[in-house]
Design a protein. Sequence first.
Length: 124
Amino acid sequence: MGNCLFQYLHISFFWSDKDLSAGHYRRYSAKSLSELLRNNGFSIEYKTYFFSFLVPVIFLFRTIPWILFKNKIKRAPQKEHNASSGIINRLIELLTRFELYIIRRNMKIISGSSCIIVAKKSGG
């Protein structure tokens, strides 16, 4: 049997209008998705969080406004995934490379805005 790679958004508390506009339906914890996979015949080969450096940013600029002003503010669509500053782009690139270095060595990152699970379908 082959391996499956699941990459998904983590931390349901971070739910915001951005999730709705992106077509997301839910956020899973690593524990809940691992249980779901195990209950459906998969074994977990590896799991870790990533984008740890985005947790405070998402909390401050998405979650807090969503909690305080839910459905009160109509925002124009924006291209927030395109950083306009070369310095910011470089910083994000360096932080992401560091996390990839950790992941490639099968080490774990203890928190992050997203999670990766590699699962293998049990024989049968």
